[in-house]
Design a protein around this ligand. Sequence first.
Ligand code: CA
Length: 379
Amino acid sequence: MNITAVDVFTLRHTLREPFGFSQWWYSQRTALLVRVTADNGLVGWGECYGDAAVNAAVVRDFCGPRVVGQDPRRIGVIWEDLYNRSRDYGRKGAFVAGLSGLDLALWDLQGKALGVPVSTLLGGARVDRVEAYATGMYFTRGGQQASKLAEEAAHYVGQGFRAVKMKVGLGLAADLANVRAVRRAIGPDIRLAIDANHAFSARAAIELGLHAAVEGLWWFEEPVAPEDLDGYADVRAALQPQGVAIAGGECEATRFGFRDLCVRRCVDLLQPDLGAAGGFTAGLQIAALAGAFGLELRPHTWGSAVAVAAALQFLAALPETPGALVPGERWLELDQTENPLRDELIPGFPERDGPWVKVPDGPGLGIEPRLEQLAPWLV
Ligand code: CA
């Protein structure tokens, strides 16, 4: 079997209402899908996380010419070759995001070639469904932020979610008002994580964390800049006595990047995004690191149905470390903001019952994007 083509498809949806987080406003959602075609007619699909145009150039102009003609089953060889060829100027960011989308597509293709889901290739599914937490509660224009966030959080709880994640990063007073309003709306038993998207210095993050901890925080995500591992360590040391876990890693990539988070032990929860950290190939390596260092994985997921399907395959196969009579938790991040690329690309997917999302059991990723389905959003 040989690869005959590597194609990219940029999808775009213009939002009815823009929303913001600590760094910028979204007015549209985009996704870059990667399709690998083999000479026997099989195709595999993947998705890159990050800027679609830049990632498209990496996949089309850097990865494509180097892998056409190669055997798509030699995924590890292809991964290392592309990583080594871009090491001098890559290592994370768009180069690894491009490699990630290609890697996911190769695993999808491999699963289809063998007639098994990717979870089987990753070691075997431990579960057939995964609990999702609702990501939402972004900032909107027009004031009354706290009451709007509270209403949105209550809506997710009404939908059956038992855990939610909200944005912070507006400054101490506004963030605290929002967190308190959301906690009042969801009651004491729903898990509540906060996500700053690296908006704070360590000092400011600790200040917010100490005040917000009394509301009961599941975790505090990306409190400081991804480069600031000392800051992460300071935040973790200050908030650990308050029972607040620190999460990070969605901007990090490969075993090398996550090695540093593990060795420094500056986070409790590692959050690799399969579309940014190096695909399933790197995901397995990062899972091994997490297990060896005794840290938990909470994969980051933000994208189309393809990214969600990849996350489900990965989560289902995550090893139990340390293992117990009552299985450990595995959580799917399920963005709930307006995005038809996630909810309408594949009819009937994701299949959710309350907070539980079914792991697709068909070959590969278990979903099959079709060009005619992509058409409404194709750029
Ligand atoms: Ca995040």
